[in-house]
Design a protein around this ligand. Structure first.
Ligand code: GDD
Ligand code: MN
Length: 379
């Protein structure tokens, strides 16, 4: 067996026949199997069995009566059951075109990478199948924030949340994965340093049925992310909070000795921006300094960005309060929470972005330490 195609399904009955037909055509000449890992509450398993009976590809169905880990758990279960070491994961609703599968397979077969990501966001890829601009925005923003949290491990992928990818079971430690919900690829990439490449693809419209993505899935995703990335993020948060306290203390001190409020606020802002930069350098992004741009460059962009951020945030607070929908405290809290995420993203992806090429990092992997499976803090 050369290839195992793993398809997680939850109530996808009307899509099964079309998907298996598409895969049969696409995989002509490749010795492949299809494994459905099914958590359905309807007749999907019966439909899979029916389709399997006449399919020319070997089609298996693993039905889970007590599903664990949702979509991600299903993928891990499929990977365990797979006959081949090369596994492709794809959705069962035809948003991931079967015709793209051979390309992923051929790229994986070359053997120089551990994961091949089918990306909606790289040259020629297209995410138009995402329903509505809100999901587009959510997808784009969460991709950016996720990349910021794992700037090194996710460096080589533009779409860490895609559900369409190939991985090699010989290098991806399936047993170590603790998948929760939708973002299985993220879990795979964040836990180990892997060699990743991408191929673009067009994320199509759903063939039949409706999406199982929900607000709850979204929340579970952010929880998963926080857990994976607790290290760097929490350090950043602590320093940010200390900075905010210092800011208030300085304003208080200066105004008590008679300095004008505006001057006090400016001094406090500049002092905390400086102190913040030093703390980020010494603790939060310490391990990324060696690969990043020189210190003076890091300082200039961080300093400019934080000043711009403060300049923008203050009038926004003013407008929010002026609109009478928010009190000053609420407006400040909301803008600070957003600023926290924006700042973290900017620091990770711009200020401390690795300068060296992918190839150089692969040749000298020791600069990019591999964390023990339990801890992913060193990214
Ligand atoms: N076994 C199992 N268990 N399968 C599930 C479950 C579950 O709890 N939840 C969803 N699935 C299956 C669906 O049946 C479908 O085959 C696939 O997982 C993707 O679910 P959709 O409901 O179609 O998700 P989507 O189209 O909104 O999300 C897709 O795009 C996201 C990026 O925007 C998926 O590819 C996600 O993985 C991807 O992150
Ligand atoms: Mn879908």
């Amino acid at each position: 067996m050369q290839l195992s195609v793993i398809v997680p399904t939850f109530n996808e009955g009307p899509n099964i026949d079309e998907l298996v037909r598409g895969l049969t055509t696409a995989l002509h000449g490749i010795d492949a199997e299809v494994i459905f890992v099914d958590d359905s509450t309807d007749d999907t398993p019966a439909i899979i069995t029916e389709v399997a009976a006449t399919a020319t590809l070997p089609v298996r169905c693993i039905h889970r009566d007590q599903p664990v880990g949702g979509l991600g758990g299903a993928v891990v279960e499929g990977a365990r059951a797979a006959t081949s070491d090369l596994c492709i994961v794809m959705d069962g609703d035809l948003q991931h075109p079967p015709a793209k599968v051979p390309e992923l397979y051929r790229r994986g077969l070359e053997g120089d990478v551990d994961v091949v990501v089918a990306s909606r966001y790289t040259g020629g890829g297209d995410a138009s199948g995402l329903a509505g601009w809100i999901r587009h925005l959510v997808s784009r923003t969460s991709t950016l924030v996720t990349k910021a949290m794992f700037p090194v491990r996710l460096h080589d992928t533009t779409d860490p949340m895609t559900g369409f990818f190939l991985f090699d079971r010989r290098t991806v430690d399936v047993a170590e994965l603790k998948p929760r919900g939708f973002k299985i690829l993220l879990e795979i990439l964040a836990r180990q340093q892997l060699r990743v490449t991408e191929v673009p693809f067009d994320f199509g419209e759903r063939h039949a049925g409706e999406s199982k993505a929900s607000f709850r899935q979204g929340m579970s995703f952010f929880w998963q992310l926080a857990l994976l990335r607790f290290g760097r993020m929490s350090g950043f948060a602590v320093i940010g909070a200390l900075g905010a306290l210092a800011n208030i203390a300085i304003v208080w001190l200066l105004t008590t000795v008679g300095v004008e409020y505006l001057i006090s606020a400016i001094v406090a802002t500049e002092v905390t921006i400086l102190a913040n930069f030093i703390a980020q350098e010494l603790w939060v992004f310490r391990d990324m300094r060696a690969d990043a741009s020189p210190l003076r460059y890091r300082f200039i962009i961080a300093f400019a960005f934080n000043n711009a951020e403060a300049l923008i945030r203050i009038p926004i607070v003013y407008l929010m309060v002026d609109s009478r929908h928010f009190t000053a405290v609420v407006a400040t809290a909301i803008t600070l929470a957003i600023a926290f995420v924006v700042r973290f993203t900017f620091q990770s992806l711009v200020v401390y972005a690795p300068r060296r090429s992918r190839r150089a990092r692969q040749l000298y992997p020791s600069v990019d330490p591999i964390a023990p499976p339990e801890s992913v803090e060193s990214d």
